[in-house]
Design a binder for this molecule. Structure first.
Ligand code: DX5
Ligand code: ZN
Length: 229
């Protein structure tokens, strides 16, 4: 089984010094960058818009995993596609016409993802799972970095692994919120493919030790074998 991919969340970077955040992400050798877009309406916080995606797109070839925590995501699909998102994940709870929304993302040449908040059961995704490339299981209530993981949410990962196996679907499963050196092994054991980590990633005193503890596999220093995901 491949080791889990780590997707650092830019939300926890210093917005007045994004360059340093990108340097740390590059030093870590990760291949995904998680970008949390918040509108102050769907979630009680405001982060950044498509221009941040556009500007980071100019500075990296890594996978931009854009997480829209916004109302009316339908109105912004093209903007984020044009900005350079590789994955565009929308919330199940934000759209009545989710099937049409997921198709519109794919029609823009972007990989569609669906996210669920802690109170939303996997069963509600049954009809959309065949249409997505990513399922983002929120392991905290969305809106802020630095929160504690809600353990009961990890059961959703196992349920998604089983559904994927049974139906031969091929979406990736990601967890988002409260992932750190204490909680990562539980997420791996549940069968996750990607872990989003914000505060723990940017606060880790030893980045390479952190990467090793999160993935559970040796992580080399920059330029050494195993230094890139
Ligand atoms: C929360 C965001 C998460 C958050 C992760 O609404 O979706 O991506 O930034 O931050 P940590 O890892 O600090 O919980
Ligand atoms: Zn997120």
């Amino acid at each position: 089984m491949d080791s889990v991919l780590i997707a650092p969340s830019v939300l926890s970077a210093d917005f007045a010094d994004v360059r340093s955040g990108l340097d740390r992400i590059n030093e870590a050798g990760v291949s995904w960058i998680h970008m949390d877009v918040m509108d102050g309406h769907f979630v009680p916080n405001i982060s950044f818009g498509a221009k941040m995606v556009e500007d980071i797109r100019k500075r990296t070839d890594e996978t931009l995993d854009v997480h829209l925590m916004i109302s009316n995501p339908e109105q912004f699909v093209k903007q984020f596609a044009d900005a350079g998102a590789d994955y565009l994940t929308v919330h199940y709870e934000a759209s009545v016409h989710l099937h049409r929304l997921i198709q519109s993302i794919r029609d823009c040449g972007v990989r569609p993802g669906v996210a669920i908040v802690p109170s939303t059961p996997v069963s509600l995704l049954q009809e959309i799972l065949p249409e997505v490339d990513l399922v983002l299981v929120m392991t905290v209530n969305p809106g802020f970095g630095g929160q504690k993981l809600i353990p009961s949410t990890l059961g959703k990962v196992s349920a998604l692994v089983e559904l994927r196996r049974r139906h031969g679907w091929d979406f990736r499963i990601s967890v988002d919120g409260g992932i750190n050196t204490e909680t990562a092994s539980s997420a791996r054991d549940a069968g996750v493919d990607v872990v989003v980590t914000g505060s723990a990633f940017f606060e880790a005193p030893d980045l390479h030790a952190f990467m090793q503890q999160i993935t559970g596999v040796p992580h080399g220093k920059p330029g050494e074998p195993g230094s890139r995901q």
